[in-house]
Design a protein around this ligand. Structure first.
Ligand code: AMP
Ligand code: ZN
Length: 515
């Protein structure tokens, strides 16, 4: 497998640390508002990554976080906490806001059929670990205090600019003058924020004495800071520390793959690297995959443009999660992509076409239809004229292994589709394997492979018809043969209404398809 790796800015061959298990961390959402469809492209791309690794034989251990504290309206530690701001606006507690938008996010995440990570970790469950890491960084000389928090001194980490190819001098020169003047360098970032006495911040934790004692508070007027009944200074974690801590707690010191949005490169991921590598002295991740942004009708998605679309909007227009998933998979994680309703309609059409190919498996007559799966790659030719499932699936997997190029792979699958059954022009044929296609049981393995890879749920969404439906189809064929058109039409309409399928009369007989 090979991926475009932000760390090296090139496509690198993938070599896992442990041959048996690949460790992945995905930066998840800040749960303060409804996510829009653009936010979800990332989760589909990274799900394709997980599925591709699994089909290559790896066990995948993936962790994702949910940010429910500490993400300020500006990524440079200025402005309000997004969670607190949303809670005030909606007159709810921050905890209610977190719960509501976490549920909403996970409903869509699961609706999109994204493989469940082994852990979905909330930032607020890792406060103890955050403080421990801050202590380590303070002991190692990386932290200092300002009136509003504990900051990381980026000048102490010589490789700070490397990951994001940052021009720190240029940034300093162009900086706004009102920027937090107490910061030693523009790129320094908050590990922990203090709460000012007048500030209303519901999420708060005391700063333990053993950390406070390590820091210099001489220039800080502690009377202006909120404290608890024991006199401990109250505060909350900075945005970046949660990811470093969750990774360290659940996955260890060096992981294989870290994913996120391209907007995370210059600040969030740069800071994660600075914290983790300074604290633990190990590389944080060997491969970094970043997803690009989508636009809607050519415009950046933004509240002010009023062009935000959610899954509720898609649903209102009759589209479902799998239509959107197909649309995402027709793109590539590192390319910017434009969403339009026409493109979504095209993705829906393609999906319907594939579902009908999948539904043909019920109409290929074979006594061996439901037999155990053929192991991919181990399939040997059983007869000269019969194709094996690996003949179809191996080139598909090779395609996605090359930097997750699902768009090209989808085009390839679409080309192969009419060839997979033994006799594509006569799906009800009883003939033995011939014509370079797959026998019915192997066709089932093919569909299982496509579902495992792309997660489009083709098999589950195309169940067989009940016996009564088949009897009605036979009755209708009999009516057609005897040229009783009225009865034939009436039965066809009845079948469509009752079973939600349409009948198509082919030269070789009648087949049914999903609408
Ligand atoms: P936001 O809630 O706007 O801060 O977005 C959360 C994350 O979603 C960002 O950090 C981005 O990585 C990602 N994101 C935001 N907008 C888009 C978009 N239009 N397309 C793809 N990803 C996006
Ligand atoms: Zn993160």
């Amino acid at each position: 497998m090979r991926f475009f790796n932000t760390l090296t800015r090139q496509i690198d061959d993938f070599k896992p640390i442990d041959q048996n298990e690949v460790k992945i961390y995905t930066c998840g959402p800040t749960v303060y508002d409804f996510a829009h469809i653009g936010n979800f492209t990332a989760y589909v791309y990274w799900d394709l990554l997980v599925r591709t690794l699994q089909l290559n034989g790896y066990r995948v251990k993936r962790v994702m976080n949910l940010t429910d504290v500490g993400h300020l309206t500006s990524d440079s530690d200025e402005g309000q906490d997004k969670m607190e701001k949303s809670a005030k606006k909606q007159q709810k507690t921050v905890w209610q806001i977190a719960e509501f938008f976490t549920d909403d996010f996970l409903r869509h995440f699961r609706g999109l059929n994204c493989t469940e990570p082994v852990a979905i970790a909330k930032a607020t469950d890792y406060i103890f670990e955050d403080l421990q890491m801050i202590k380590t960084l303070t002991e190692k000389g990386y932290a200092y205090t300002t009136t509003d928090g504990i900051y990381y001194d980026t000048s102490k980490f010589p490789r700070y600019a490397d990951f994001g190819h940052l021009d720190l001098k240029g940034l300093e020169a162009g900086a706004r003058v009102d920027f937090n003047a107490q910061k030693r360098h523009l790129s320094d970032f908050a590990l922990w924020k203090f709460i000012a006495k007048h500030e209303d911040h519901a999420m708060q934790w005391p700063l333990p004495d053993d950390i406070k004692d390590l820091l210099d508070f001489t220039a800080i007027n502690q009377k202006d800071l909120a404290t608890d009944e024991t006199g401990a200074i109250l505060g909350y974690p900075g945005w970046h520390i949660e990811c470093s801590c969750i990774i360290h707690s659940l996955l260890g010191e060096t992981i294989d793959i870290h994913t996120g949005g391209i907007d995370h490169i210059p600040v969030h991921h740069t800071n994660e690297i600075a914290q983790s590598e300074a604290a633990f002295g190990k590389i944080l991740a060997n491969y970094w995959l970043h997803n690009n942004f989508i636009t809607i009708d050519g415009a950046k998605i933004s509240k002010s443009k009023g062009n935000i679309l959610t899954f509720y909007d898609l649903e209102q227009k009759g589209y479902n999660y799998m239509d959107y998933r197909m649309w995402v998979l027709q793109g590539h994680f590192s390319s910017e992509r434009n969403f339009s309703w026409e493109n979504l309609a095209a993705a829906h059409q393609l999906l319907t076409k594939w579902r009908n190919f999948a539904a043909l498996r019920w109409q290929v007559k074979s006594p061996n239809l439901i037999e155990g799966p053929v192991r991919l790659g181990q399939a040997a030719r059983s007869a000269e004229h019969e194709m094996m499932v690996g003949d179809f699936t191996n080139p598909i997997l090779e395609g996605v292994n090359n930097n997750l190029t699902s768009a090209q792979t989808i085009a390839k699958i679409d080309e192969l589709m009419p060839k997979i059954y033994q006799n594509p022009n006569n799906p009800r044929s009883d003939e033995a394997a011939c014509n370079g296609g797959l026998s019915a049981s192997k066709a089932l393995d093919f569909w299982q492979f496509i579902d495992d890879l792309l997660g489009l749920n083709l098999l589950n969404s195309t169940p067989n018809l009940q016996d009564e439906a088949y009897n009605l189809i036979k009755d209708r064929e009999a009516a057609r043969t005897s040229k009783n058109w009225q009865l034939s039409d009436q039965l066809r309409d009845q079948i469509t209404e009752t079973y939600g399928v349409v009948l198509r009369d082919t030269d070789d007989g009648t087949i049914w398809e999903y609408k």
